[in-house]
Design a protein around this ligand. Structure first.
Ligand code: C2E
Ligand code: MG
Ligand code: MG
Ligand code: MG
Length: 287
């Protein structure tokens, strides 16, 4: 992470420092300083192709370094940065770290893809796709290897703008994933209106999946809808048991992520893990 290209950020940083502290610019300057002082780090959670048990990618997730080396999870700071309007710095930092990481993996022959979360406000920035394309270019990473995750609620007014943006992402080669599907932030109609590459079934839909027939019907049919809607990739998050894995296999869910495979890992731990466990054994279908 030391070799990150901060040129663009540094320019921005200098400008806001000149503009002074207080208000949003001061908060942004403070956050950028924390980023440059390595107070944040990125962890990687493996994503597995369920039919083969093969690790095919990672989701990059932000962590803040707390006292005594403890890592603080994003729910403790993301909402505040969103409110303050400075979340872009986290999103762009994680994106850049992921690109640097993908390049390292690709250089040593590991064909991994990467997913990254973006707040809606960051996505709505002018020229965001160009910005991300440039970062990919700087690191020699193909946009085809990157998936941008968004958490979206349906809003008739804004869907036209969002669809235009999604198409721009597609044109540049990026995949777009709808995160947290099945929570309050999503509903079915959004799938018909927006052109997503992937749908992430929220972990709340997997809770008690094995003991709840109605949940099974929901999950099974969401996966079917993905297929019928022109092969949207289905990804189940929050897989914690072999029983859940087996059910998702039975429903032909394509990808999965969860503690059953691994918690999010630091670069170092991921590399060791990946070397020893590239592939999981897929469980037998339940009857
Ligand atoms: P998410 O994008 O839905 O990420 C999945 C979350 O579920 C992660 O929490 C992950 O650690 C957790 N998880 C994964 N597998 C399991 C499981 O089997 N069981 C359970 N109980 N949990 C599991 P995390 O890392 O705390 O991230 C929370 C949220 O913070 C993320 O939810 C994402 O929306 C947001 N976030 C993380 N990094 C970024 C970022 O760089 N930018 C933005 N805007 N948001 C981020
Ligand atoms: Mg996510
Ligand atoms: Mg998310
Ligand atoms: Mg999610």
């Amino acid at each position: 992470a030391d070799e990150l290209m901060y040129s663009e950020k540094q320019k921005y940083y200098d400008t806001i420092l000149r503009e002074g502290r207080g208000s949003r610019t001061g908060q942004a300057a403070h956050l950028l300083q924390s980023i440059q002082n390595h107070q944040f780090t990125v962890v990687y959670q493996p994503q597995v192709e369920l039919a083969t048990g093969k690790i095919v990618g990672v989701e990059a997730l932000i962590r803040k370094k707390g006292p005594g080396g403890k890592l603080i999870t994003p729910d403790h700071f993301i909402p505040r940065y969103e409110r303050e309007g400075i979340i872009r710095h986290i999103d762009l930092y994680v994106f850049e770290v992921l690109c640097a990481q993908l390049k390292k993996w690709h250089d040593r022959g590991d064909r991994l893809r990467g997913s990254v979360n973006f707040s809606r406000v960051t996505l709505m920035e002018t020229n965001i796709v160009k910005t991300l394309q440039n970062v990919c270019g700087q690191y020699g990473v193909a946009p085809e290897d990157v998936t941008v995750e968004i958490t979206e609620s349906v809003s008739k007014v804004e869907n036209a703008a969002l669809n235009a943006l999604i198409n721009t992402f597609h044109a540049a080669g990026f995949s777009i994933s709808l995160d947290d599907f099945g929570t309050a932030y999503s509903n079915l109609s959004i799938l018909g209106e927006l052109d997503f590459t992937e749908l992430k079934i929220d972990k709340s839909m997997l809770q008690d999946l094995t003991g709840n027939k109605k949940k099974q019907a929901l999950v099974k049919n969401v996966i079917l809808i993905c297929k019928d809607f022109g092969n949207i990739i289905s990804l189940a998050e929050g897989i914690e048991s072999e029983e859940q894995y087996a059910l998702l296999l039975k429903y032909h869910c394509l990808l999965g992520q969860g503690y059953y495979f691994s918690k999010p890992l630091s670069e170092k731990v991921f590399n060791t893990y990946y070397r020893t466990k590239k592939t999981f054994r897929a469980p037998a279908y339940p009857h």
